[in-house]
Design a protein around this ligand. Structure first.
Ligand code: HEM
Length: 120
C-alpha cells in the first residue's frame, strides 16, 4: 500500500473522529445527558474514527521510515489521540464542563495538526 493510501485513510479517520466528538460535545452543551437514543451508535462511530487514525497513522510511520526512538511530534500526536479517545467519558461524566470540553476537543485537533506540520 502506498503512503498516499495510508494518508487518505488517516485523514478520513480524523474526519470521522471529530464528527463523532463534535456531535457528542454539542449534545452535552445543549443540555443532553449521558443516556440518549443512538448513544451506542455514536460510540461505535467514535471507535471507528480512533482506529482509522491509529492504524494508518502507524502505517504511515513505517512507510516514511520514521523509526524508534520517535521524534517529539509523533509522541505529541499519540498523546492527542489518547486524549481524544478518553475525552468521551469526561464529556458524558462531567456535563458541567461541557462548554470547556467542546473547545478542548478542537484544541487537541489543532495541536495534532500543528505537530505534524511543524514537526518539532
Ligand atoms: C496515533 C496517533 C497518530 C499517528 C501515529 C500519526 C501519524 C501521522 C504520520 C506519520 C503522518 C504523515 C506525516 C508526513 O507526511 O510527514 C500524519 C499525517 C497527518 N496526521 Fe496524523 N497521526 C496520529 C494522530 C493524528 C491525530 C489525532 C490527528 C488529528 C488532527 C492527525 C492529523 C494528521 C494530519 C492532518 C496529517 C496530514 C499532514 C500533511 O499531509 O501535511 N494525526 N500522521
Amino acid at each position: 500500500m502506498s503512503p498516499q493510501f495510508y494518508l487518505i485513510l488517516h485523514l478520513v479517520g480524523v474526519i470521522v473522529l471529530f464528527y463523532a466528538l463534535g456531535g457528542l460535545a454539542l449534545h452535552v452543551v445543549n443540555g443532553g445527558t449521558r443516556e440518549f437514543p443512538k448513544r451506542r451508535w455514536m460510540m461505535i462511530i467514535h471507535g471507528i474514527g480512533m482506529m482509522l487514525v491509529f492504524i494508518p497513522g502507524f502505517g504511515l510511520l513505517a512507510k516514511l521510515e520514521i523509526t524508534w526512538p520517535w521524534p517529539f511530534w509523533v509522541w505529541g500526536k499519540l498523546v492527542a489521540w489518547l486524549c481524544l479517545g478518553l475525552i468521551t467519558r469526561v464529556i458524558l461524566k462531567k456535563t458541567e464542563w461541557a462548554n470547556i470540553l467542546f473547545f478542548v476537543v478542537l484544541a487537541l485537533g489543532a495541536w495534532a495538526v500543528l505537530l505534524v506540520e511543524l514537526k518539532p
